[in-house]
Ligand binder design. Structure first.
Ligand code: PLP
Length: 485
């Protein structure tokens, strides 16, 4: 009895007819949902519930049986919509739909990709794509790289490569006895700090260099900070540039950092997870001037490049360096670890089983043409400039800095100074709970600012105008509670 039930469950789980029916149902559901968002019928960006409410809903749901269609509908009804034009918060792409369809294909194929046979197409496509990225960076033919699961992992991998190159070739077998350190802007993403600590560098080993008024690393302090570190007995192996930074989207002066790293024989790494995509835009590529001088560059496709998360390129100026990072033997996977076999992608990445990352990026580029990346950057960065103009022209708002990229920081200021922090926080919470807009918040110099990363090309200037109006109205309601009663 037990056996036949199990068999019939497994049969149903692998029934192609059922897959076709449920698949069509899901695509119809998603298409209707996305349609409603684009023609303005879907008013809410986020159907906000507290964590306790959300958990209780799913705990109850788990006790019932539901059809896949019902389950998919419930997930949609309980999720934030990154395609909503008024979703203007975190740095996650609104993926081009073809990228999602390619994701479905890759999930069903489930090619492990770490070794060639388990990902023939995905490994070859990965090579095509990384060469395409390398060319756009401005590297010559000796460059090479791979795709990996996210900027965090890619930055860690790049720093491992830096350690291998600058702390002695035996470091993989013997560890390191010297106290190693890396230099980076104090605005760098926290994953760089984590990576340095994972590599055993400790707090002293992550040298955070102050930034200027535009949140760019202070080039004039590099020499001094390096010398201070050396006096403490540290060996600086790398300098890391932000292109752009997480909080403000600011781009460090990469050319000046390249010169500094050349002078001191450091590994120059660029964290372009967020803003490295400017290499595809004629209008904005100047922001990353000097990028081609880096030893390694990280670029997330799942941020400004329309791809579902996670999907990141790590490109090495000198491709042979990419094979030196990990020198473990894995005899059941491949024979010769030291051979630069590009088609065994696991030789160069942390992942063993790896998603078919290249499929999604390739589908986007070949369906719409490679220009689509540059067009998206132009659209997002252009919208951020328009948004900054709208803010600057209002007396009830303050703009933190002129945005270089697609991240804008601002706050409502038509209230007593001592109330601004709490007021801006409450406004954001209200906007989120009502579902009208999704924006985030951050602190600068201990002061609360609202923060919008414009990630969605479907956002219009009218949405940004409406956002400011809604913030102002909400702030006034909060300041005068009698108006709400
Ligand atoms: C500059 C920068 N680097 C790295 C990361 C981490 O990337 P991921 O979320 O892909 O791991 C982020 C994420 O926002 C970032 O902004």
């Amino acid at each position: 009895m037990q056996t036949s039930t199990t068999t019939s469950r497994l049969e149903r789980a692998f029934d192609p007819k059922r897959f076709r029916r449920v698949g069509h149902e899901l695509i119809d559901l998603l298409a209707d949902h996305l349609d409603a968002m684009q023609d303005g019928r879907s008013e809410k960006v986020i159907p906000y519930r507290t964590p306790a409410e959300e958990l209780s809903f799913w705990q109850q749901d788990f006790r019932q049986q539901s059809s896949p269609g019902d389950f998919f509908r419930k997930v949609l009804e309980h999720s934030i919509d990154v395609h909503h034009p008024r979703c203007i918060g975190h740095q996650v792409s609104a993926p081009a739909f073809i990228g999602g369809l390619a994701g479905l294909l890759s999930d069903i194929l489930n090619n492990g990709t770490g070794v060639y046979e388990m990902g023939m197409a995905s490994n070859a496509l990965e090579r095509v794509l990384t060469e395409f990225v390398a060319q756009n960076i401005g590297y010559d033919e000796s460059a090479a790289g791979f795709l990996t699961s996210g900027g965090t992992l890619a930055n860690l991998t790049a720093l491992l490569a830096a350690r291998k190159a600058k702390a002695g070739t035996a470091v993989w077998e013997e560890g390191h006895s010297e106290r190693l350190a890396v230099m980076v802007s104090e605005e760098a993403h926290y994953c760089v700090d984590r990576a340095a600590r994972i590599l055993g560098m400790g707090s002293d080993g992550i040298i955070k260099v102050p930034v200027d008024d535009h949140f760019r690393i202070r080039i004039d302090l590099l020499e001094q900070y390096k010398q201070q570190a050396e006096r403490k007995g540290l060996k600086v192996i790398s300098i890391i540039g932000c292109a752009g930074s997480t909080a403000t989207g600011s781009y460090d002066d990469l050319s000046a950092m390249a010169e500094f790293s050349r002078t001191h024989n450091l590994w120059f790494h660029i964290d372009g997870a967020h803003g490295g995509g400017v290499i595809f835009s004629e209008r904005y590529q100047h922001l990353a001037q000097g990028i081609q001088e880096a030893d390694t560059v990280v670029i997330d496709f799942h941020k400004t490049l329309l791809t579902p998360a996670l999907n990141t390129a790590l490109i090495f100026k000198n491709g042979t360096d990419s094979y030196k990072t990990f020198e473990q033997r894995a005899q059941y996977l491949w024979d010769a670890q030291r051979e630069p076999e590009w088609y065994h992608s696991g030789k160069r990445t942390f992942e063993c089983t790896k998603l078919m990352l290249s499929i999604k990026v390739y589908a986007i580029l070949t369906t719409y043409g490679p220009e689509i990346f540059g067009e998206n950057i132009d659209r997002l960065y252009g919208l951020a400039t328009s948004f900054a103009d709208l803010i600057r022209n209002r007396e009830d708002f303050e703009l933190l800095i002129e945005p270089e990229g697609n991240i804008v920081n601002y706050r409502y200021v038509n209230a007593p100074l001592e109330k601004l922090d709490e007021l801006n926080s409450k406004v954001r919470q209200h906007l989120m709970e009502s579902g009208q807009f999704y924006i985030v918040q951050t602190l600068f110099d201990g002061q609360r600012y609202l923060r919008s990363a414009i990630m969605n090309p479907l956002t219009r200037e009218s949405d940004l105008q409406a956002l400011l109006d809604t913030i102002a109205q909400t702030a006034q309601l909060i300041l005068q509670p009698s108006l709400t009663s």
